[in-house]
Write a protein that binds this ligand. Structure first.
Ligand code: GDP
Length: 324
């Protein structure tokens, strides 16, 4: 990790700046001496190849962070396979190809820990990629992300450009999607615990068995790691981004209930899928650089709930499915 990319004076385009991760990257980049470029969805549809080429040629960024993606939790992935596969393939390909045409020097592509085989060794090293079958509930998204990281490698190999990719673990935090049908587990449980507390209900329903294990990273920590990689990493392999620690979904539910201040009893809904049994990332490559997360799970959850409470009254929390 020794080929530093100096952000000073650079124009950095963050694709997907309205999303949870993209907005955290914009907040983190504000501390760097660079110019941040964003574009509203109403002005540019990233599915429109000609539009993306034009926009990139007109704005000429020096670096691109590809944080635009169709994302969702376990049910949404399973129910909307075309959206997850097609939209992600098209958007990431448009952005990368247009960036290359416009001579972008550095590009950071974001994937996800679901790219790894369902029964990968734990913790999962970067080289577990493509060593076994994927978890069926999110294979559509995973295939698109694998194609994206391979496209970065292909651009490096064929054209010698510095396109890199990072694979963050399950992320959560401010700006998350709290729609129960399409969200990930943390915003879902936080909303359910909050509403149970408000209504004086004594039951908090958790999907599946509660036994799967997951690793969670607070989104501001993720943004910090990603900007660190943008500046300091230049390599062919993708890099895992996580905390190196995981917990069961049942333990997570108890922690969320405690942060929210709900004394509801946790119940399990076995009709909902568990998904992959465990996906803990091996973060030794990232940690070897000295980078560490700042937020514990509890403090990240407290930050997220404080944000939720500050924004819920004003109608600024996403409580229904985002339009695709
Ligand atoms: P995954 O990491 O791709 O499986 O994504 P999720 O964050 O959607 O789910 C993680 C785990 O939490 C799975 O085992 C889910 O069954 C479980 N889970 C428990 N309750 C919920 C819930 O209310 N919503 C979601 N999305 N997952 C839940």
């Amino acid at each position: 990790m020794n080929e530093a990319f100096d952000l000073r004076g650079k124009r950095v385009f963050v694709a997907g700046h309205r999303g949870m991760v993209g907005s955290a990257i914009v907040r983190r980049l504000a501390a760097e001496d660079c110019e941040i470029l964003t574009v509203a969805r109403s002005e540019l549809d990233l599915l429109d190849q000609a539009g993306v080429r034009r926009w990139m040629a007109d704005h000429r960024p020096d670096a691109v962070v590809m944080a635009a993606a169709k994302v969702g939790g376990i049910l949404a992935n399973d129910r909307l396979p075309v959206d997850f596969l097609h939209e992600n393939l098209v958007v990431q390909t448009n952005v990368m190809e247009s960036a290359f045409r416009s001579e972008v020097q550095k590009l950071l592509f974001l994937g996800s820990s679901c790219i790894y085989p369902k029964f990968a060794p734990q913790p999962i090293p970067e080289d577990a990629l493509l060593t076994g079958p994927l978890e069926p509930t999110n294979e559509w998204y995973a295939i698109a992300k694998i194609a994206g990281l391979k496209l970065c490698q292909a651009y490096r190999r064929q054209h010698g450009v510095d396109y890199i990719s990072a694979m963050p673990t399950n992320l959560y935090g401010q700006g998350d999607n709290f729609d129960l049908d399409s969200s990930h587990v943390i915003p879902a449980l936080m909303r359910k615990a909050h509403e149970a507390k408000q209504a004086g209900r004594k039951s908090l329903q958790v999907w599946g068995s509660g036994k799967p294990m997951r690793e969670f990273l607070y989104v501001d920590d993720a943004a910090d790691a990603l900007v660190f990689l943008l500046k300091n990493y230049s390599g062919d392999s993708h890099v895992n981004v996580g905390t190196g620690e995981d917990i069961t979904i049942a333990e997570l539910a108890a922690t969320v209930a405690s942060v929210v201040g709900s004394d509801a009893t946790i119940t399990f809904d076995p009709t909902k899928p568990d998904g992959t049994p465990r996906k803990l990332l091996d973060v030794s490559r990232l940690f070897a650089t000295g980078w560490r997360p700042r937020y514990s799970l509890r403090s990240g959850l407290e930050q997220t709930y404080a944000w939720f409470l500050r924004h819920i009254e004003a109608g600024q929390v996403r409580l229904s499915a985002p339009e695709s």
